[in-house]
Ligand binder design. Structure first.
Ligand SMILES: Cc1cc2nc3c(=O)[nH]c(=O)nc-3n(C[C@H](O)[C@H](O)[C@H](O)COP(=O)(O)OP(=O)(O)OC[C@H]3O[C@@H](n4cnc5c(N)ncnc54)[C@H](O)[C@@H]3O)c2cc1C
Length: 236
């Protein structure tokens, strides 16, 4: 299948860098067609603005969703965004590789989503969740943490990883119709032994083997939730 790996870590020799290199090499060796977005290496700009659009609609007041919808309609996204959108459109499966920063995504990855998953291109009011444009695509979220797994247990100091990743897995990926596989989490990567880090790499390899076949997490269905203002939501 076509796989897009989106990778957000500033240092190639990091453990994230090792997971990213492994994903690229392993998926290619298994015969998948792999494309990558190495966001720091690309110097990806996470800040939305007029530079996102070749022909902005209103240069006095910046209304991001209005501009995004217009660019989606007349094909006027800036080249850097159009290139990322084309990669996303081609992908059957996505791999996201990043460290947990402040209980969430590194800003460069969050900015990639804000700019690339544009209104009118990735979603509209009637095209979300099970009516989403990207139904049929699947995603494997691979995250590393500094803190050990016990911190993320139910009732512990932090919160379960499922809750921390919810804005991304459900609020972003499911939102645009993408099926999400159970995340791959390498906990406490700076504190575990070399052997445990090797085990993480081995476990990640087998998760990559299931990228096209593994059963995704339960999907949120828009049709089960009536519009709060009483309007009929017409899929499509
Ligand atoms: C801004 C910020 C916010 C953060 N917020 C959080 C948070 O909310 N929660 C939390 O838990 N953590 C947090 N952290 C910590 C962060 O999640 C970890 O530093 C990160 O996950 C570690 O991943 P890394 O790739 O940077 O590891 P590295 O530090 O690069 O590597 C970890 C270890 O793996 C070794 N290694 C590298 N390559 C290999 C290889 N090929 N094989 C075997 N070993 C290898 C390295 O030598 C090193 O010993 C935060 C960090 C920052 C900077």
């Amino acid at each position: 299948v076509n796989v897009l790996i989106v990778y957000a870590h500033p240092e190639p020799t990091s453990f994230n860098g090792a997971l990213y290199a492994l994903a690229r090499e392993h998926l290619e060796a298994r015969g998948h067609a792999v494309e990558t977005s190495d966001l720091y290496a690309m110097g990806f700009n996470p800040v939305p603005g007029y530079a996102d659009f070749d022909r902005p609609d209103d240069t006095a007041v910046f209304r991001i969703q209005v501009e995004q919808r217009k660019a989606a309609e007349d094909g006027s996204f800036a080249a850097a965004l159009a290139a990322e959108q084309a990669k996303l459109a081609r992908a059957d499966a996505l791999v996201f590789q990043f460290p947990l920063w402040w209980f969430g995504l590194p800003a460069i990855l969050k900015g990639w989503i804000d700019r690339v998953f544009a209104f009118g291109w990735a979603y509209s009011r009637n095209e979300r969740f099970d009516s989403g444009r990207f139904r049929g695509k699947r995603a494997l979220v691979s995250v590393t943490t500094g803190s050990p797994a016990v911190r993320f247990a139910e009732g512990s100091l932090f919160a379960p990883m499922e809750a921390l990743l919810y804005p991304f897995t459900v609020g972003t990926l499911n939102y645009v119709g993408i099926d999400v596989l159970p995340p791959f989490v390498a906990y406490g990567v700076g504190r575990v032994s070399d052997a445990e880090r090797r085990d993480y790499l081995t476990a990640f390899r087998s998760r990559l083997d299931g990228i096209a076949t593994e059963t995704p997490l339960p999907f949120h269905s828009l049709s089960r939730f009536p519009d709060p203002l009483g309007e009929t939501i017409v899929p499509g």
